[in-house]
Design a binder for this molecule. Sequence first.
Ligand SMILES: *Cc1c(COP(=O)(O)O)cnc(C)c1O
Length: 354
Amino acid sequence: MVARIVDLRSDTVTKPTETMRTAMAFAEVDDDVLGFDPTAFRLEAEMAKKFGKEAALFVPSGTMSNLICVLAHCDVRGSEVILGDNCHIYIYENGGIATIGGVHPRVVKNNNDGTMDIDLIEAAIRDPKGELFYPSTKLICLENTHANSGGRCLSAEYTDRVGEVAKKHGLKLHIDGARIFNASVALGVPVDRLVQAADSVSVCLSKGIGAPVGSVIIGSENFIAKARVLRKALGGGMRQIGILCAAALVGLHENVGKLESDHKNARTLADGLSEIRGLKVDASSVETNMIFIGIEGSWTTAEKIRKYLEERNILLMKDSSSRLRVVLHHQISASDVQYALSCFQQALQCENGN
Ligand SMILES: *Cc1c(COP(=O)(O)O)cnc(C)c1O
């Protein structure tokens, strides 16, 4: 038998389940570029309804869905988007909004909880009277959950307040909701309420939902029509995507309900880790499925601990030379968590020589 791997690198590492593979094998398909794939229609209709908007569009990745949304909202070169200095679009998406879209990022500081101060957002909006000098602000982007702050949730009320600022200045609001279902489950607030103030939302299917591929953009009919053209232009138009959408539908039906237990596992792990000498874990900031583990013990390093755990079939990512990142998902059980915890204890003890 192959040794069990406890893969805590990301929630993107989930493998398609038997039910998903069966659904994929039997999915009804047709050419989606021509606009005829029935399973894509089913997924898109279900997502639009769940999020309380008119329409939705399947796209290959979260990076492409964010890029399409920013481009669709900022359709004049030299437009400006307000976003957080610690957000995914700004840090991890190759600067595509600038290099591909000609959109200028206006960066506002992210707080530790993933928010940006409302007054800082408002202050970052360009005065339209300065158009001889300034780019033209078109869009505000939020991220929920906020990955780089450790999967923190933005409340519906906070999002509404940002939406009011956007409206007051004639701007659009986009939510990078790669893990919006995690926020919904953790807050006990339905996703449609969380994105009520947004003009567009991007949701990852290949994270906690557990599908092998894909993201979905959700918005108005008009917006999705624009997004469909941009998807084609960026090379994201694909043919029999029903095979992928079938897996995503199974993920939506079977795995959203499991996120609660991912969060519980994360809390258990964070509580345990916070008691290990040499580690620094703020268990109270663990709201969803992510944990950042600071390494304080002078006798060890993040890389040494990562390696020690890897030799025991526990995989995780190094965030920096002094920080590790752990992400829970539906293929990690409570007993995996106990195993990981005991290996962490050993890793720090053995380095400590006691
Ligand atoms: C993963 C992620 C994305 C991008 O998704 P990919 O499918 O990896 O391109 C966007 N935003 C956030 C917050 C993410 O965590």
